[in-house]
Design a protein around this ligand. Structure first.
Ligand code: NAD
Length: 366
């Protein structure tokens, strides 16, 4: 996005609506805090999720589950979690007897998401499950069924749906500022380090698409505001690279939407990408980085001029918005944004993308 005019555009294209996010501060009625047990004390849980409870209005960390006693000791002490609220995987099911736990946040390798989410539902707890929801659509369906049977919520950790610039992008498209959407490009990727579970098919369910490409898929869907009717994919993997013995490196895919809009998406484990752009008949809106942890930037192009979009500071960050959404959805008696159904739609599309690449043909989804 070089060579652009970096004048500030303040909220003039519907920025105020960013604050209307369900997790916004305009809530009048009191909301019962959602008390979470975090399951799996790995990198994302301890570095990104757990520190955010201190910033959230409606979410608390009240229990920990880990297979490593030293981690329970360390993070239990750090977050003031009593020993009675620290669990191993063997004692996990006894969370059902702990009234201080309302929800379980599953931050385990992908192939464990379904099992630990379903056991949490069976223990009568709400579930927040990290992306990808599962390693198959069949597992995702079982997770939805378990939550439904328990009468509890199921939400997926799609943090970008709570990030203010991404939300603003959704609003801008909805308001027709760009005219009818013709093209969405969405690119996500990084150069994967070797020797990790993400490169093992059984644990990860797949390669870059399961891990990072799913952000491209998400962006394409939430920006289009409609569901794709056809998918065409192409994979490119160097099978001599020891990282890619089991999973794919690069898989690019096209989605066709009922309006005629096309999304052109990149997913890579061998190169860095993090951007999206929506182009309509009247202009385009783009972000880079688009789905990172911070530093999001956005540009709007209208009437042959490109301006940077700067939104007001102070909106809850993406993790706080995501964590609090579960409490808000319970208080308001509605399905959460990024519900289990939303995760299931992605899992079905992931399967269609793999099928298209494998069979070398367009897969129709209707
Ligand atoms: P990680 O490897 O750092 O952590 C995984 C945790 O699971 C570790 O604590 C590990 O001890 C535990 N574990 C339990 N059984 C295990 C087993 N059999 N093999 C390996 N680990 C086992 O991984 P991570 O980066 O924290 O990812 C965890 C989940 O969070 C993944 O589903 C990933 O997709 C997701 N994630 C999401 C984001 C995001 O931005 N939303 C970012 C990173 C990771």
């Amino acid at each position: 996005m070089d060579g652009t005019d970096r004048r500030t555009l303040l909220a003039g294209i519907g920025g105020a609506s960013v604050l209307a996010l369900a997790g916004g501060r305009a809530m009048a009625q009191p909301v019962k805090p959602m008390r979470y047990a975090v399951v799996g004390l790995g990198s994302y849980a301890v570095n990104q999720i757990m520190p955010q409870f201190a910033n959230s209005a409606h979410s608390k960390l009240t229990a920990l589950v880990s297979g490593t006693p030293a981690k329970l000791e360390k993070y239990g002490a750090l977050y003031g979690i009593p020993r009675s609220h620290r669990y191993s995987y063997a004692t996990y099911d006894s969370i059902r007897n702990n009234p201080d736990i309302d929800a379980v946040y599953v931050v385990l390798p992908n192939n464990m998401h379904a099992e630990y989410s379903i056991r949490a539902s069976q223990a009568g707890k709400h579930v927040m499950c990290e992306k990808p929801m599962s390693v198959s659509s069949a597992e995702a369906e079982a997770m939805i069924a378990a939550a439904h049977k328990a009468g509890r919520k199921l939400m997926i950790g799609y943090r970008s749906q709570f990030e203010q610039y991404n939300r603003h992008g959704i609003d801008v498209v909805k308001q027709g500022v760009l005219g009818p959407v013709r093209l969405i490009t969405a690119q996500t990727g990084f150069n994967a380090s070797p020797n990790q579970w993400r490169l093992e098919k059984a644990m990860a369910g797949g390669g870059s698409l399961m891990d990072i490409g799913i952000y491209s898929l998400q962006a394409a869907r939430y920006l289009a505001g409609e569901e794709p009717v056809a998918v065409t994919a192409m994979e490119s993997t160097d099978r001599h690279d020891p990282r890619f013995r089991e999973v794919e490196d690069r898989i690019d895919f096209l989605l066709r939407f009922p309006s005629g809009a096309i999304a052109n998406c990149v997913s890579s484990y061998s190169s860095g990408h993090n951007n999206w752009r929506v182009t309509g008949t009247k202009g385009w809106l783009g972000m880079e980085p688009a789905t990172g942890y911070d530093g999001h930037r956005m540009w709007l192009n209208k009437d042959w001029k490109t301006q940077e979009v700067l939104l007001p500071a102070g909106h809850p960050n993406q993790w706080v918005g995501q964590l609090d959404e579960l409490a808000l959805s319970v208080a308001q008696g509605r399905e959460p944004i990024a519900s289990g159904q939303e995760g299931l739609r992605d899992m079905r599309l992931v399967e269609a993308i793999y099928q298209s690449a494998r069979e070398g043909r367009t897969v129709q989804l209707t």
